[in-house]
Design a protein around this ligand. Structure first.
Ligand SMILES: [Zn+2]
Length: 286
């Protein structure tokens, strides 16, 4: 079963070569599904010591197999950064790009991506790029507005089914309580709100890294769920007002993000819209 992954990847390319993209997409989706399912079955332990041990073991395996040394070195560097509980930022960790045809991997040296794959000759512009998170490209302006409008209602709805006596309960080890989740979502909304105003007011502003997840389990200063929900909703409605009055071209205004490098307004908005959805899983469904 193990070598079904390369067989599927190989078939997808060959089927695409025959112009049968609708068949190839099923082959790719199957590959994606099998990989993620196998990963899921291993369990997503949140223990940092075990994550570091597994990372080191994988890096050692890659090095022994003769995998690209530049990437192996970066993974080792990543290990050090995590072990010291530091933040990984884009100048140290540029965007890796991968040849879709042969798997050649390298760091993206110039954004223009001019040149060819040294292994198979594919154009660098056809390589897949691996940005820090898919959220930045997830939603277009209209989709983002819709999500930013809908998700607060989804949180309100889910919280309404949790008895107040359970607001501080953690449903599993390493997870957050309902109070911590909603506090985190409200804090993230405040960051989004500030950044939107900054990007619209200044040319290419610098966006400081914010440890938003780190604020979640700090004492909530006796804030109740109701007051957190209230400040979240009211900040969100001002955010939506601003965005609805933003000219389409201004959604592509740029900023320099301390962690991610150059980003646009739409990337930040899409990021926060998708981020917010990703935390819904942590509240029990109705
Ligand atoms: Zn190639």
């Amino acid at each position: 079963m193990e070598n079904i992954y390369p067989r599927l990847a190989n078939l997808a390319i060959r089927i695409e070569g025959k112009g049968q993209y609708n068949i190839a997409k099923y082959v790719r989706a199957t590959l994606d599904s099998l990989l993620r399912h196998t990963a899921f079955n291993q369990g997503y332990s949140t223990d940092t010591t075990s994550i570091l041990a597994d990372l080191m073991s994988v890096v050692d395996d890659l090095e022994n197999k003769g995998f690209d040394q530049e990437i192996v070195d970066q993974l080792r560097h990543g290990y050090q950064v995590m072990a010291q509980n530091d933040i990984s930022k884009i100048p140290e960790f540029p965007t890796p790009i991968v040849c879709r045809r042969c798997g050649h991997i390298r760091e993206q040296v110039q954004p223009e991506r001019l040149g060819y794959c040294p292994t198979c000759g594919a154009d660098l512009a056809s390589f897949s790029t691996h940005r820090p998170i898919y959220w930045m490209r997830e939603f277009d302006p209209l989709e983002s507005l819709e999500r930013l409008n809908q998700t607060p209602l989804a949180y309100r709805n889910r919280l309404s089914h949790i008895p107040p006596s359970s607001y501080d309960d953690k449903y599993s080890v390493g997870e957050w309580s309902p109070l911590e989740v909603i506090k985190h979502i409200r804090d993230a909304e405040n960051v989004l709100h500030t950044r939107i105003k900054l990007i619209l007011a200044e040319n290419n502003p610098y966006l400081d890294f914010q440890m938003v997840w780190d604020w979640a389990d700090k004492p909530a200063a006796s804030e109740s769920i109701a007051s957190i929900l209230e400040s979240y909703s009211s900040s969100r409605s001002t955010t939506l007002d601003i965005l609805q009055n933003t000219a389409l071209k201004d959604w592509w205004r740029s900023a320099i993000h301390e962690e991610f490098g150059p980003v646009t307004l739409i990337e930040q908005v899409s990021y926060f819209a998708a981020h917010e959805i990703s935390h819904l899983r942590q509240l029990p469904p109705e």
